[in-house]
Design a protein around this ligand. Structure first.
Ligand code: NAD
Length: 360
């Protein structure tokens, strides 16, 4: 059966890097139908909206979305609802993408890119699963008001609400356990149960869901300790599951352990396995159009797409092995270049991955 993929290149380096990922997907010779549509600033320019209805319906009717990046300084003055970033929020909401999977892998060849000592990070391979649609980022009530009570009564105050419904915790916990089952069967749930009611509730539900997965070794860690442990002994982690705000911060911290933002893919999934796949970095307007952007995070996002939405793990393995082979050959884009390696541009990097694929 032909599977449909929506290709949304977006802004800045988005089109250049997505082009390389599309070449890789096409080279696998799978029954895929790829359909492209504008998103972000490019869509605003063409159709006066960052997420035009035709782009949204293409995404919703596809098995998966391959997304580049959106944003450019030239759109900063637009009203919020027309800014490019609204396209991602709109897609997440409309497609119910509640689970964000962000691997942080340190390839042995890039160990020097990390700010940590190689003996601490070499071989790092963590999967952070962040809940994406709930928590204090979306909880109501929120706003600015005159404080009704407490020591600051009468003064203006800003306030937000942290809340998680039981079903929201259950479904993200399940993604955590299922992912752990596919890896080393270790899951660490991160919360702040010593202080927050929402976190104690989160922990209780995660423990309950864990009873369905007796093979998985479940541990719990407070978020402040997790932040410390990630820089002290990051290899103790395999799969981490956490809420929206803690995951936002920890996944960026874990990404930085690898030192190379141009290498990190991500997936955002819904209940039915539909997903949006994109590099963890932004649209890099500073290097757009120069042909120097690293396409590997996007190519690795395409591998995640095959693994998680199309259920083609062997093809995903092939892409990941091809990327490793290219790094082992010493080819590097500017962002990961170091003395003794060969500097290549975006297209040459794509060529090299295709070459490695053709040998596998
Ligand atoms: P950025 O990730 O775009 O860039 C940060 C730095 O990393 C820049 O120096 C850039 O040149 C470099 N970089 C990023 N990706 C690279 C790649 N593949 N190869 C080589 N170098 C790379 O973050 P920023 O500069 O803070 O944001 C730029 C724009 O991107 C903003 O408009 C922002 O809103 C948007 N943004 C979009 C997304 C998204 O589409 N999901 C995410 C983050 C930021």
């Amino acid at each position: 059966m032909t599977q449909k993929i929506a290709v949304l290149p977006g802004d800045g380096i988005g089109p250049e890097i997505v082009e390389q990922a599309v070449r890789v997907l096409t080279a696998l010779d799978l029954p895929l139908e790829l359909a492209e549509a504008p998103v972000g600033g490019a869509a605003f320019d063409a159709q006066e909206h960052p997420l035009p209805p035709s782009t949204l319906s293409l995404a919703q009717s596809s098995h998966a979305v391959l997304f580049g990046a959106v944003g450019d300084w030239k759109y900063d003055q637009l009203p919020r609802e027309f800014r490019p970033e609204q396209a991602i929020l709109g897609l997440r909401k409309a497609m119910g993408l509640f689970a964000n999977l962000r691997p942080a892998i340190l390839y042995p060849e890039l160990a020097n890119a990390s700010s940590l000592k190689p003996e601490i990070v070499a071989g790092l391979d963590i999967m952070i699963i962040r809940e994406l649609t709930g928590d204090i980022y979306f909880g109501t009530p929120r706003g600015v008001r005159n404080a009704p009570d407490g020591s600051f009564a009468g003064e203006r105050e800003g306030y937000d609400t942290m809340r998680y419904a039981e079903s929201e915790v259950r479904r993200i916990a399940r993604v955590g356990f299922e992912t752990a089952m596919k890896r080393s069967r270790k899951l660490c749930s991160v919360d702040k149960a010593n202080v927050l009611e929402t976190s104690q509730f989160w922990r209780d539900i995660v423990i309950e869901v864990g009873k369905e997965f007796p093979q998985v070794e479940l541990s719990h860690m407070y978020v402040d300790n997790a932040a410390m442990q990630l820089v002290k002994a990051p290899r103790q982690f395999d799969v981490i599951v956490t809420g929206n705000i803690f995951g936002d911060i920890l996944s960026d911290e874990a990404a930085m352990l690898t030192g190379s933002i141009g290498m990190l893919p991500s997936a955002s999934l819904n209940d039915s396995g539909q997903g949006l796949y994109e590099p963890s970095h932004g649209s890099a307007p500073d290097i757009a159009g120069k042909g120097v952007a690293n396409p590997l995070a996007t190519i690795l996002s395409a591998a995640m797409l095959l693994r998680y939405s199309l259920n083609l793990p062997a093809q995903a393995d092939r892409i990941e092995a091809a990327v490793k082979a290219v790094l082992a050959e010493g080819l590097r884009t500017a962002d990961i270049h170091e003395p003794g390696t060969t500097r290549v541009g975006t297209t040459q990097m794509g060529d090299a991955v295709l070459n490695a694929l053709s040998r596998s």
